[in-house]
Design a protein around this ligand. Sequence first.
Ligand code: SDX
Length: 430
Amino acid sequence: MADNKPAILSVYDKEIELPILKPTVGPEVLDIRKLYGQGDVFTYDPGFTSTASCDSEITFIDGDKGELWYRGYPIEQLAEKSHYLEVCYLLLYGELPDAGQLEDFENRVTRHTMVHEQMNNFFRGFRRDAHPMATMVGVVGAMSAFYHDSTDISDPWQREVAAIRLIAKLPTIAAMAYKYSIGQPFVYPRNNLDYASNFLHMCFAVPAEDYKVDPALAKAMDRIFTLHADHEQNASTSTVRLAGSSGANPFACIAAGIACLWGPAHGGANQAALEMLQEIGSVDRIPEYIKRAKDKEDPFRLMGFGHRVYKNFDPRAKVMKESADEVLDLLGIENNETLKVAKELEKIALEDDYFVSKKLYPNVDFYSGIILSAMGFPTAMFTPIFALSRTVGWISQWKEMLSDPQNKIGRPRQLYVGSGKRDYVDVAKR
Ligand code: SDX
């Protein structure tokens, strides 16, 4: 990949050649792996705003154009024409499956949707009012205490089984976390239901009566899963890669990813965005919140707005916005005040120089909560749904990292600005 025109970096009295690596598409990168050895200096990039941590074939984002591809396929096409388990196959194996491969993959996932019966006991250890993300971090981490036959990361077959188990069982665990939080009995997965229908059934069915999944809602749910499936080297994916680089087992790595995703600056923003829209409450209160978002002295930010990479519309937000109209219409919900506030807030913000100059647009979290709330999910379930959707992305990136011959433990350095060396002083003399 290196081009034959290296960059020349002049450090003190040295000229250091840094190869320039060319991508399939997107920015070229300076290969600085030899910099410390040759120049005795580190690079400095808190938040990794200008740093590529790896090379990857899985997802490409063009932040300026607002484009997102999974294995080269634009997200708009996948959201419209594909479905989540086919997207899982694509992300895991790199190509769209033929009919036989797809059927085999769907059967394998379907037959791993149940969890070990003893895992039910874990939930009883949590308070009923625990946030479902807290429960999920705990239970997913505990999977390594049950599925010992898929924790040896040096065995490709065990890596494969762990990937299938995680994709299959995360919806079951998320649904169990929800049921536990509302004091209802767990509902087992059903092999005659598709992935999204199974999740809705496990969340909303009760033993006392039959529950029929609305196919249109299942399709909307499936599309939400697809839109969240992967997103290049975001914070939680980087967490999974860093955890995996130490050789930690896949269940521990995904639990680490769930913990990172929970933050309101990341996947927790979908819950925070809906709560913000509900707090605004009506269109006439929008200017007050726009003012607060622009006030440097006020920590308030427009949740669901802005993105490290997208400096244009997040293509997922566009699809989500269209889906919000469809789902509310399907559910016969008219004049949804929250959706009205969201659309007006987006319009006002995108005409305001502060947001335009900083290139702040709605992101994937801005509209998703409106759909999930209309479907009947409490806000606390929004990020668990993001987590179960993103599990395939995390595990695909984890598998790619482990099969990379360059793979080594991730260990960043620092700019040390603490005290110089000094001697210990006895407490009597301090
Ligand atoms: C996700 O990385 C991914 O790919 C993540 C994700 C995925 O699929 O994995 O896309 C999912 O996490 C989406 C983002 C969800 N988070 C939110 O919606 C929370 C609100 N957004 C922000 O906190 C912020 O925009 C981030 C965290 C998303 C991005 O932050 P950056 O890239 O570090 O940008 P920044 O904080 O440096 O902001 C640049 C400027 C700042 O002003 P100045 O210091 O330059 O004057 O824009 C301002 C910020 O104050 N700003 C906002 C704002 N977001 C940024 N001002 C008001 N409201 C906002 N939402």
